[in-house]
Design a protein around this ligand. Structure first.
Ligand code: HEC
Length: 482
């Protein structure tokens, strides 16, 4: 090949790339006729990759043979590969317009997609006319380097990071690092502190929406990239607001994602982007319906069974919150055996948990400190109902730091010592049915903010006492037998 034709090739390649850059605005809308080609991008890219790597092998072989002049086949491979790269860049640019790809990996993939055809044309030229070997080497390095990195980033986008790394042999694992897997899509390791928005909503929006709504592009004037942007969005007057907390049906965000995919206003728009999965639609709907907003921690939002089930499908199993999230060593089995000998029923809450339930009519074993202190961290439920429990036992229960449920129903308890339970941060259920507790005793419960249900049926409390308790614990259900 002559220097002259290599120059022409380089000029034509540059002009083609410039046209793509000028006329295919990533934030624009892909023309109808280009969509088929856009979708072929993942297939088209293999053509330039094949030709260019073939050219690279020929060049390496030639260097090994100490030959300086590139052969015709090597040059032809570079020219074909370069123009294949132009086609791939055009298809890729339209594909970006169609949206639906994560923008973080996209930027460098796109840059390298532009570099590759130019580097191929440059290498053709350097092969015939470069004054120094160094320049030729540099152009080859740029070409092959961009191919490898650009191709890798592209593969990551189509298959997800885990795809290429999934079957990495053990000894290579340190090289590829820990790629996220499906299970880590939602990170629920800290349900007490992370918000529903952060752990559920952000990952869904980032995978499906922010390629068009956020990160520099705000189609329909909508930015879904941050909580502030979502909160600040104002819809047209004839539309419902973007989000009405507690009412998914009146929220534009939900209305648009539940439309049938062929509807022109359905989101994400089909066929530009992949429709949301059923699970993702349900999770977003739950987020809005529950009124969780941007702050509410995961553990503080009620999860209907269907949602629990969906989260299970993501491999999360049961989400452990409150006392169940405690990480305790195995309880002392000799202490358990001894307590059982005194007639107490002690059982594990669940097979794979180190938590215990205590029940028995005789409350005196509670006071065998030397033994019961060895398991008091493990006991989450104590049921003394119908037995001989007294106010002194209530005092003792205050020493069991992880109690979540206490049943004192039908006992002689008067409630005068209920103040001893004030430190029980997990106490959610307290049964005082059929005891002699009165309004004064209820005052001691006012600070037990974890309480979800209190049973006060057939006691000495009055309507006023119950009303005061309801004021103090607005989230608790107070069962008074009305
Ligand atoms: C391929 C690009 C693209 C993707 C991906 C996409 N949208 Fe859109 N979205 C648009 C375009 C274009 C508009 C403006 C035209 C319209 O209203 O239909 C729009 C408009 C909207 C509107 C109306 C905003 C208003 O105030 O009128 C909502 C709500 C919306 N999108 C939600 C979403 C959600 C939620 C997702 C992710 C599940 C999503 N979109 C994904 C392109 C996209």
């Amino acid at each position: 090949m002559t220097t002259r034709s290599a120059l022409w090739n380089a000029a034509a390649t540059s002009a083609a790339m410039l046209l793509i850059l000028l006329f295919v605005d990533p934030a624009g809308r892909a023309p109808e006729w280009a969509r088929f080609m856009a979708r072929q991008h993942p297939a088209i890219v293999h053509l330039p990759i094949g030709f260019l790597l073939f050219g690279g092998l020929l060049a390496a072989f030639r260097r090994w043979q100490k030959e300086d002049q590139p052969g015709r086949v090597e040059q032809a491979a570079l020219v074909l590969g370069g123009w294949g790269g132009v086609a791939a860049a055009a298809a890729g640019s339209w594909l970006i317009q169609m949206g639906g790809y994560p923008t973080d990996a996209l930027f460098w993939h796109r840059v390298l997609g532009f570099v590759i055809p130019l580097a191929a044309a440059g290498t053709v030229l350097a092969n015939v006319s470069a004054p120094t070997r160094g320049l030729r080497g540099a152009s080859w390095t740029l070409l092959v380097g961009s191919l490898i990195v650009g191709g890798h980033l592209g593969g990551e986008m189509t298959h997800g990071k885990a795809f290429a790394a999934e079957y990495t042999p053990g000894m290579l694992k340190p090289l590829v690092g820990d790629w996220p897997t499906l299970e880590t899509r939602f990170d629920l390791s800290q349900p007490e502190t992370s918000s529903v928005y952060e752990v559920i909503v952000v990952p869904i929006l980032r995978t499906n929406c922010t390629s068009c709504h956020g990160e520099g592009r705000t189609k329909g004037g909508l930015d879904l990239a941050t909580a502030d942007a979502i909160a600040a969005h104002e819809t047209d007057t004839e539309d419902d607001p973007l989000i009405t907390w507690g009412d998914a049906q009146s929220s534009l965000l939900i209305q648009r994602i539940v439309l049938p995919i062929e509807h022109p206003r359905a989101m994400p728009p089909y066929p530009d982007a992949k429709p949301l999965s059923h699970a993702d639609v349900e999770l977003l709907r739950w987020w809005v319906d529950s009124g969780a907003g941007f702050e509410k921690p995961f553990s503080a939002v009620a999860r209907p069974e269907a949602i629990e089930h969906l989260l299970g499908l993501y491999g999360l199993g049961d989400i452990l919150t409150g006392v169940f999230a405690l990480d305790l060593p195995q309880p002392d089995s000799s202490a358990i055996a001894e307590i059982k000998d005194w007639g107490v029923t002690i059982s594990y809450v669940a097979a794979d948990m180190q938590l215990l339930e205590w029940s028995g009519q005789d409350s005196s074993p509670l006071h065998e400190m030397a033994v019961t202190d060895r398991i008091k961290e493990h006991v989450v439920s104590v049921d003394l109902s119908g037995g001989n429990a007294s106010d002194a036992d209530v005092t003792r229960l205050g020493d069991f730091p992880h109690l979540a449920s206490v049943d004192l129903s039908r006992t002689a308890v008067t409630g005068s010592t209920l103040a001893h339970l004030a430190g029980l941060e997990y106490l959610t259920r307290l049964n005082l049915y059929g005891t002699r507790v009165d309004d004064a005793a209820l005052e001691h419960l006012a600070n037990l903010s974890a309480l979800e249900s209190v049973y006060l049926w057939q006691t000495n409390v009055t309507d006023e006492g119950v009303a005061r308790l309801r004021d103090a614990l607005p989230n608790a259900e107070i069962n008074f037998g009305e």
